[in-house]
Design a binder for this molecule. Structure first.
Ligand SMILES: Cc1cc2nc3c(=O)[nH]c(=O)nc-3n(C[C@H](O)[C@H](O)[C@H](O)COP(=O)(O)OP(=O)(O)OC[C@H]3O[C@@H](n4cnc5c(N)ncnc54)[C@H](O)[C@@H]3O)c2cc1C
Length: 468
């Protein structure tokens, strides 16, 4: 009996890849509802040669998850296509925020934390020291918003100008709703255990050195360390990664079925019945779902409690507008800027793509809008021309760009980024407990559970297959 993977985004493709490695002779079917694999990863090369990334644009190297992705890239022979941004490049050093009508560079070096860098009214080190004296607060629910945690430990300016725009940049979400465990689980645990973060860090340094996970020392990883990459992409855009994964899967007899949606999932004794959009039924003894949690929840027959838990992990809509200008229109170099929500303007941020990865004489920018605030600014049926006009007005005000772009692409991505609101980890625990207690032959991976970045998603796929 075949194993079935639902969804052909990077989560489903990676799951099928690790599954094929683990079970070389098993029949594997991957079911993807759309006409292509890759999910939100979509790169479109324009005739002049520059790339519009319509979803994600860079991968991070840091940590075991970053190392794991690099290993996958190595195994797929994509190493020669890597376009790194080295850590001394302006795009690695200069990340900005737009506050009080101005662009400000965020502190990026050890020494810069000792200087006053507006919009912060004090040197960053003073906010960090605040942790030593701020009273500890035991949170009985063992979770709170990342905004309230940052405000309690470091002060309101850090919560407003550092954490809130960061959360907009990572998940287009509201730091006042997103769980502290989304990014700062260790810091939160330190405070809960030791009374402040500093004591927790000291304890880790003194007693927990050996707990560092082993690094996957591939040649590519050594090259990345030597050349000091901060983030990277691939020369034909990030979509090269899912495209190459798809090729590798087809070559290894994974049956990838495009344009076939899963319409319902029914557990039947120790098996699972998949009902497809073409009216067929497929029986499997194990289902791996990489679908967004709420989508899987809607497909479940019965199992009301599991259904409700899955449906409660919701996503936000994001509008991504790629712009190309024939000449140089930026007078500052950097990765781009993010906008703290308290500024109340209708964009999340802008990336300076042609600064990160230069191509020819022109300028490529991407404006991100919406997220948690999509309905507030755009309602539920905005026109493309209104969205474009909003983006152009904002880059004129903030960056002084009055030229009209010669090319643009407007992409409305519905329900594209899950929101790990307060209580998220608890929900995921309950989901896993339900699956175990009811002996359901179901494994879950993808961006809804253990992190929203590509590295997190690939690792979630590897983990479910390792644990199968
Ligand atoms: C605008 C944006 C910018 C981002 N930037 C970055 C970045 O710079 N770096 C980074 O690391 N991450 C970034 N991310 C996050 C990253 O792109 C995603 O987390 C990741 O691509 C999600 O992969 P996935 O496989 O979990 O889900 P998806 O990509 O959503 O894949 C799920 C797949 O399931 C299919 N599907 C849905 N329903 C059904 C059904 N009923 N039957 C069959 N198939 C179905 C869909 O068509 C889709 O192909 C960004 C995300 C967005 C939206």
């Amino acid at each position: 009996m075949s194993k079935i993977v639902l969804g052909g985004g990077i989560g489903g493709l990676s799951a099928a890849y690790y599954l094929r490695k683990k079970l070389p002779h098993e029949q594997i079917i991957l079911i993807e509802g759309s006409s292509r694999t890759g999910g939100w990863i979509k790169s479109s090369r324009q005739v002049e040669g520059y790339i519009f990334e319509q979803g994600p644009r860079t991968l991070r190297l840091q940590g075991p998850k970053g190392e794991n992705t690099l290993k996958l890239i190595d195994e797929l022979n994509l190493g020669s296509l890597i376009k790194p941004i080295p850590s001394n490049h302006p795009a690695a050093i200069n990340r900005m925020i737009y506050a009080n009508g101005k662009l400000y560079s965020m502190p990026s070096s050890f020494w810069s934390i000792f200087k006053k860098t507006p919009p912060f009214s004090k040197p960053i080190v003073r906010y960090l020291l605040n942790d030593l004296t701020a009273p500890a607060k035991v949170i009985p629910e063992r979770d709170e918003s990342i905004y309230s945690f940052a405000e309690r430990r470091f002060g309101k300016e850090i919560a407003d100008y550092a954490i809130s725009p960061l959360i907009c940049g990572i998940c287009a979400g509201d730091a006042k709703r997103v769980s502290v465990k989304f990014l700062m689980e260790n810091l939160f645990d330190s405070e809960q255990r030791y009374g402040n973060i500093s004591k927790g860090i000291l304890y880790e340094v003194l007693f927990a050195r050996n707990r560092k996970p082993k690094v996957i020392e591939t040649d590519l990883f050594k090259r990345a360390k030597k050349e000091k990459w901060s983030v990277y992409s691939l020369s034909d855009g990030l979509e090269t990664l899912p495209m190459r994964l798809e090729q590798a899967l087809r070559k290894n007899n994974v049956d990838i079925k495009l344009n076939l949606s899963c319409a319902a999932v029914e557990f039947y004794k120790s098996k699972v019945q998949i009902y497809t959009s073409s009216g067929d039924k497929i029986l499997t003894n194990h289902l791996i779902s990489s679908l967004p949690a709420h989508v899987l929840g809607n497909l479940l027959v019965g199992h009301t409690k599991l259904k409700q838990l899955l449906q409660s992990i919701t996503c936000v809509n994001v509008c991504v507008i790629n712009l190309h200008f024939k000449k140089k229109v930026l007078n500052t170099e950097g990765f781009g800027f993010l906008v703290p929500p308290k500024e109340n303007i209708p964009i999340l941020g802008v990336t300076f793509d042609s600064c990160c990865f230069p191509h020819g004489e022109g300028t490529v920018l991407t404006v991100m809008m919406g997220g948690y605030w999509f309905d507030k600014y755009f309602g539920n049926n905005p026109t493309e021309s209104d969205l474009l006009q909003t983006a152009l007005n904002q880059i004129q005000t903030i960056l002084g760009i009055s030229e009209k772009p010669d090319t643009h692409k407007i992409n409305i991505l519905p329900n594209c980024i899950p929101q790990y609101v307060v209580g998220h980890n608890n929900k995921v625990d309950l989901i896993n407990k339900y699956i175990t207690a009811n002996h359901l032959p179901l494994s879950l991976c993808g961006s809804s559970y253990y992190g929203v970045g590509i590295n997190d998603v690939i690792m979630s796929a590897k983990n479910v297959i390792d644990n199968l």
